[in-house]
Design a protein around this ligand. Sequence first.
Ligand code: GLU
Length: 507
Amino acid sequence: MRVRFAPSPTGALHIGGVRTALYNYLLAKKNGGKFLLRVEDTDRTRYVPGAEQYFYDALKWLGISPDEGPEQGGDYGPYRQSERKDMYAQYAYQLVESGHAYYAFDTPAELDEMRARMKAEGIHMARYDQTTRMSMKNSLTMSDEEVKAWLAEEKPFTIRIKIPENEEILINDLIRGEVRFKSEELDDKVMLKGDGMPTYHMANIVDDHFMKITHVIRGEEWLSSTAHHVYLYRFLNWEEEMPAFAHLPLILKPVGSGKLSKRDGKKFGFPVFPLSWNGETEEDSFTGFREEGYIPEALINFLAFLGWNPGTEQEIFSLDELVEAFSLERVNKAGARFDIDKIKWFNQQYLQEQSAETILNTIKPLTEAKGWTASDEFLIGFIDLMRERVQFATDMITDGYYFFEPVKEYDEKMIRKKWNEKSKKALTEYANVLLEAEDFNAEALDQKTKVYLEAKELKFGDLFPILRIALTGSTKGPSVFEMMSLLGKNLVLERIESSVGKFNANT
Ligand code: GLU
């Protein structure tokens, strides 16, 4: 098995492209095959510098780098179409010679004229096809001498495929089953452009053939081109080695209908690109999943489920487990709705599984950037307290800032509700208990507190809400004893003391 991911470097790789790469990767690994990356850069007008590097960086970050490609090399290179450009034209000419394609000399003005003419006849999707080709300036309507003369004069031309009449093309798609196209529905697509460069269709088929691709797995938007591709294999006599096709379902918007677009990310406030991308304009620049603090394994797991399911209840899969479980038979035909809450959920699950040391690597630079000084030991204690309460490692910093600096904001409504004679007395007395405490670990604090509450006939509710507010500003947060133990005696007492004044002023 040899599969390929064949992006065009026209910009950053969005989430749909990443999923295509992932499914190719999974299928290749599952079957002991090879996963290729081919850069389809024949359209120089749409070439965006940096896009190719982005592909490599994104796949690397996600851990699904190809076996063969421009970076890795391989026996079937070069893997960049611009470096293969000399080999495509001969196949376009071969098609002309065998009568399956023709020279078209129409000028842009003549093409416009044809479209206007068709429009006047009520046909809005005007095309160069079997209904229009005989009214155009091409080697089917010109005499041989004229064609020779025009070629000799180097008049600009394109080469178009000649789609046969009255045929049906059957594609056995591995996901969609039998898909049929009538040849009348197909236009005479350009194979070789005026500048001598091949179109996507021509280059793609030549490359898939010579790179010995066995399975073409790509987005649904390419399904309608596949009939043309089948014709190309037939016309070039490569039909026997034609790859199998599998067209992946669309990724749909989180709400409403239609395909998820890169603009939807901005609209709904979530990333749709793996890594950040600085485009030419603000509009064309995007924040990536990586920069938003997502764990790559979580993104992989999420993307695997965007169109596929294992048929069991299991949701958490490592990359190796995905390789094991993946099959095209379990890929859905129907579009898959993009659910941002689901990927946050996956991220949370993976965050719980990561080692504290791994999270430390994420957290440490962030705390340093804030100017906070803390030992690794303290940070690990902090991570252990906070990780269960957040979906992203970065949220720990925002939610748990009070481990590093004084409380900035107090829940005043809660203070008004909980600050009364009884709780005031409880908190001040409790401070004295803490002052005397020799052991400041969570367990000892727990014991000591229970004894104190019992002796004073106090309830948890008389002390804890107000104690929490004193320490963190709110009644929410991690276990209070663990927290006190990490903050340490001095800081805890300091916070209680300064809070009493604040609470008094507040009520
Ligand atoms: N270059 C095409 C793209 O950008 C490749 C489509 C295919 O896989 O055939 O998606």
